[in-house]
Design a protein around this ligand. Structure first.
Ligand SMILES: [Zn+2]
Length: 699
């Protein structure tokens, strides 16, 4: 009897790509295709890890090895993790146009790598990281899952970038096999292994090519995704492409944030990785969502954030809850893993929160169903929202995301303080930014620099300008009139359906956005003493405060201005000295205590009927230290009662109304116009230059 010659079958994964219907044509961060490799048999490479058993680890910890494991903390310690070691490879000619930009991109990327290496720990790969060859054609054998490769990919790539052969494992391909098994194969050729990447846990390939994706939106700074995974589905290889033109015009702060943002995507902060999260409290890293024999997470048919229905690998609801209705938007998705829920409750001081919403507008790959970013309306200045700004921070939310993947342990001492929404209570999340009616808006947190309803222009009104929520800058209300009605209706807050905030990712909520020349630490804005009508004092300790204080030669304004003042806090953060410059250039100060928030105080040598409004010292005197404790280390959730003077009623403090303007006939000068005019120029044309889209390729 002749052995049966086996029929070859293709093993290369087919990656679907769908065309995408955008929610709104005005969205600036969308691109359409570019499939992302998900964890499966073709993209997974087993890595060597030290064997750690319960017994040996318990002995290391000095515990009785026979005692049962009692706490989450003990279980978590079973796998000893070390700081990540990331290998980077830049393409030979990054931009092929600018040596300076090449150098800068390398510097920003290295700084981003240094940050993530310090903030994240993993179980170390030893002795070296390496990647399987991709088998494109193989022989199956009856009664076994064993196969024999017939052909490997002509070149190994990661999102189009060639993977160096030195990083690849050994392989063997054969031309003929019979049903009896691999031993029957003939015409076989061995492929030698490369040296691998010694003592590395992750590798990143970096390019800067002006691709069609970059050209599709001039505001796209870059994109990134993982492409190879270990046996636990932890990303071990990824790629970043920086859009050269956008990066060349970005400020250094935005460029560095971009590098950190893109590397985070490549490390697994992606929509498609959420179904593959593991539970770090289990010694074998049990998947949070069941993974089938095909290596894929269980599929479900979902109504997605864009309203389309898709069937795709989907996480269980204890990881990602959705679609669900939040603030009238019916297709929200909420990440509900332990650290995210804990961080949400503590940050917003809202015990009923179950997690944090992912971006509900398309900012990723076409076949995505939920966002690859935090919802910008909720965590506006966090690094992993879709639009980055000058003051983006890596908070406990992004570090919590990484820890809740099960692959990483996060060092929260490396987290920065996020002020957006800080202690704003449940209404900040659950209610729309306008809690009033469309014809009579009441904007949430208006007195604290959050949401507003008056487009900047002339004549000026009390709510047209303000201080940004973090106090760093004088700001303007970014309400604008769009070319078409804002949709869906859940994002329409005003009688004129075309009115909404300039950043669509904030669900069109208008907010106080910093003037391009309004940063209070920018000493180049300091006016000469003779023309410093409002007494601005720019400097490293300066922040924006509301004020009707002006030099004595001017008439007291009828509306409060925003002014930059030096703020020096006591060590306890309970008292601050607020200093302006009088008309002779001499410093004049008042003192604000915690309980003075919203109280007006008069300053010597300025107009006697003007007032400085004392700021919120919980923001203005915060030491910037992040005290978040991982849920896995301490499951106690810390919230503080909302004090009476911390209500989020959206109204201005009562003392914010200045005394009436009185012209006493003594020949006082007219004040320079606030927000425009020759004496004080706002760079209004730069408004949109403050925002850059970070577009990610991933699902
Ligand atoms: Zn992104």
């Amino acid at each position: 009897m002749h052995p049966t010659l086996l029929v070859l079958f293709h093993t290369l994964a087919i990656t679907a790509s769908h065309s995408h219907s955008n929610l709104r044509s005005t969205h600036r961060c969308v691109h359409n295709t570019l499939p992302v490799p998900t964890p499966n048999e073709q993209t997974r490479s087993t890595q060597p890890y030290p064997t750690t058993t319960t017994t040996t680890k318990s002995m290391i910890d000095g515990e009785d090895p026979t005692s049962p494991i009692k706490s989450q903390q003990q279980r978590r310690r079973l796998a000893t993790k070390s700081n990540m070691r990331i290998h980077v490879q830049f393409s030979s000619a990054l931009t092929a146009s600018s040596a300076t930009l090449d150098t800068n991109i390398k510097t920003w990327t290295q700084q981003a790598i240094t940050y993530w290496e310090s903030a994240l720990k993993v179980v170390p790969v030893e002795p070296h990281l390496s990647f399987d060859l991709t088998c494109t054609l193989s022989f199956p054998f009856t009664g076994t899952t064993v196969t024999q490769c017939a052909a490997y990919a002509l070149s190994e790539t990661c999102s189009g970038e060639t993977i160096p052969t030195a990083w690849l494992k050994a392989g063997r391909h054969c031309s003929t096999c019979y049903q009896s098994g691999p031993d029957s194969c003939t015409g076989c050729t061995d492929v030698a292994a490369g040296t691998g990447l010694a003592s590395k846990d992750y590798a990143i390939l970096v390019t800067s090519v002006d691709t069609a994706t970059c050209q599709s939106s001039t505001e796209t700074l870059g994109y990134a995704s993982p492409c190879k995974y270990d046996q636990y589905n932890r990303p071990i290889l990824g790629s970043i492409n920086y859009c050269p033109n956008a990066m060349a015009s970005a400020t250094a702060a935005v460029a560095l944030s971009t590098a950190k943002h893109e590397l985070a995507h490549a490390l697994g902060f992606t929509a498609s990785m959420i179904p593959y999260f593991r539970d770090p409290t289990t010694s074998t890293l049990v998947p949070r969502t069941t993974i089938g024999s095909d290596g894929l997470a269980q599929s479900a048919t979902k109504v997605c954030a864009d309203g389309q229905t898709r069937t795709l690998p989907a996480p269980v609801s204890t990881t990602l809850n959705g679609p669900t209705t939040v603030r009238g938007f019916v297709n929200s998705y909420i990440l509900t893993t332990p650290n995210i829920k804990k961080a949400a409750i503590e940050h917003f001081n809202c015990p009923s929160l179950t997690g944090i919403e992912l971006e509900n507008q398309p900012t990723g790959d076409s076949s995505s169903c939920w966002g690859a970013h935090w919802e910008q309306r909720i965590l506006h200045t966090e690094l992993m929202t879709p639009v980055v700004g000058e003051n983006s921070v890596v908070s406990e939310f992004t570090l919590g995301f990484f820890e809740d993947t099960g692959w990483y342990e996060s060092d929260y001492a490396k987290a920065e303080r996020l002020y957006w929404g800080n202690k704003m209570g449940c209404s900040f999340i659950n209610d729309k930014c306008n809690t009033g009616t469309k014809s009579n808006p009441t904007m949430q947190g208006q007195s604290k620099g959050y949401f507003c309803n008056e487009e900047h222009g002339s004549p000026y009104t009390a709510t047209m300008t303000g201080c940004t929520h973090n106090g760093l800058s004088k700001g303007y209300c970014n309400l604008q009139t769009w070319s078409s009605n804002i949709a869906p209706n859940a994002f329409s807050y005003f009688t004129n359906a075309k009115n909404g905030g300039a950043n669509s990712n904030l669900d069109y909520c208008p907010m106080y956005s910093g003037f391009s020349n309004g940063g209070c630490m920018d000493t180049t804005q300091q006016l000469a003493d003779g023309s410093n009508a409002y007494g601005d004092l720019y400097g490293s300790t300066s922040k924006c405060v509301r004020s009707t204080t002006v030099q004595t030669t001017y008439v007291t304004p009828t509306i409060a201005n925003s002014v930059c003042a030096a703020i020096v806090c006591n060590s306890a953060g309970t008292s601050a000295t607020v200093t302006l410059k009088d008309k002779s250039g001499t410093s004049q100060s008042i003192t604000c205590a915690t309980n003075d928030k919203g109280v007006g105080k008069t300053m010597t040598n300025f107009n006697s009927d003007g007032q400085i409004i004392c700021p919120d010292l919980s923001v203005y005197c915060d030491n910037g230290h992040n005290t978040f404790v991982s849920w896995y280390d301490n499951q106690t959730i810390v919230t503080t009662p909302e004090s009476s003077n911390n209500k989020n009623d959206g109204s201005a403090p009562s003392n914010n109304s200045p005394a009436p303007s009185i012209d006493d006939g003594l020949g006082k000068e007219d004040l320079p116009a606030h927000g425009s005019g020759t004496r004080r120029t706002w760079a209004l044309a730069d408004f949109f230059g403050l925002m850059f889209c970070l577009v990610v390729l991933v699902l």
